[in-house]
Design a protein around this ligand. Structure first.
Ligand code: PHE
Length: 347
């Protein structure tokens, strides 16, 4: 009998030498130690033999089974390692590949300054617990105007020269304020969020006007919100962006969706308020329209005005970039001149 097991062992060791794949190995294992494998056959053949012989042979067979199991396991590990190695060879990515091989996009030119400042502003607001929302560039009349307290045929529509689609129901959004409406529609107070993005107006282009520019909208709705909350968040934002504490003042401003509405000015960072060419000798720079959300706007979006109120603002990102870097013509932003973009690689 031991001769027979010796032979089986020799056959097994010879067979496993040639096995290269996981399925072949599994088959080999089944052939030798599976339910219908050769070792099971031996055990079956022992039926009717005296108990001491059964015990003796049983021991030899079990020992061989253990040996075979171990050899199969070891081989399996080797095959797996080889498979992974093969895969790695095939899928290898050379992380040292020089990115400047691709002479376009961010690899060479860097990010657009508006993108950089947008990210900074987002970071400041997320650190204060604000969400960041997105909204469609193609808006409908309701979200861009009606729900913001600008009904059809209201003269306030003339404040924003609009690109309408031929159905006269859709338009390229003229401001990021529709993000306010979409934000209010999709959440319950209290909430606070900002919504950055491109906006479009049919402007005559000059050094300070473009047809495509960028805003970041902000809104906070809760119980007992006051103008002090608004001033606090605006001051924090501007101090972070300009890297020093800034002085602000509010003047009345008209926007149908806020009441009271303000223009927020900052004390000129160039002359410290004494008056210079940048602030046109005013000492102050107009920066950011804002106000307390008009009750009609809250009501349109289903918010209970007996309990909640809030503030909103709309910050022009292009203007902010121009002030920070002393850029005197907004048309550089879309000029596509890489020499311009390359200056803002990091920030
Ligand atoms: N949406 C206004 C604009 O683009 C700015 C604004 C936003 C004013 C929020 C007040 C509150 O002119």
């Amino acid at each position: 009998m031991s001769k027979k097991t010796e032979q089986i062992k020799a056959d097994f060791l010879k067979a496993i030498e040639t096995v290269r794949t996981q399925p072949d190995l599994a088959k080999l294992k089944a052939d030798f130690i599976g339910k219908k494998g050769v070792l099971s056959e031996i055990l079956k053949e022992m039926k009717g033999q005296p108990p001491e012989i059964i015990r003796e042979i049983g021991q030899v067979v079990n020992q061989l089974k253990t040996e075979i199991e171990k050899t199969v396991d070891d081989k399996m590990k080797k095959i797996e390692a080889a498979v992974i190695n093969e895969k790695l060879k095939r899928e290898r990515i050379d992380v040292s590949l020089r990115e400047s091989l691709f002479d376009r996009g961010l690899t060479d030119a860097g990010y657009h300054p508006v993108t950089l400042i947008q990210r900074e502003v987002e970071d400041v607001f997320t650190s204060m617990g604000f969400e960041i929302l997105d909204g469609p560039h193609i808006e409908d009349d309701y979200h861009n105007f009606v729900a913001l307290n600008i009904p059809k045929h209201h003269p306030a529509r003339d404040m924003q020269d609009t690109f309408w689609f031929s159905d006269l129901k859709h338009l390229l959004r003229t401001h990021t304020s529709p993000i306010q409406v979409r934000g209010m529609e999709s959440r319950k107070p209290p909430f606070k969020f900002v919504g950055p993005g491109k906006v479009f107006r049919n402007e005559a282009t000059d050094a300070s006007h473009e047809m495509v520019f960028h805003q970041i909208e902000g809104m906070m709705v809760d119980e007992n919100i006051t103008v002090s909350h608004l001033i606090y968040f605006m001051k924090t934002l501007l101090s972070e962006i300009f890297g020093r504490s800034v002085e602000v003042r509010l003047r009345p401003g008209f926007f149908p969706f806020v009441e009271p509405g303000f223009e927020l000015d900052i004390k000129c960072l160039i002359c410290g308020g004494k008056g210079c060419s940048v602030c046109k000798h005013q000492g102050w720079l107009e920066l950011l329209p804002c106000g307390m959300v008009h009750p009609n706007v809250l009501t349109y979006s289903g918010i209970d005005i007996k309990r909640y109120n809030g503030f909103a603002f709309g910050l022009g990102l292009d203007r902010l970039v121009m002030m920070r870097y002393g850029i005197d013509d907004i048309r550089h932003f879309h000029g596509g001149d890489l020499r311009f973009i390359r200056q803002f690689k990091s920030c």
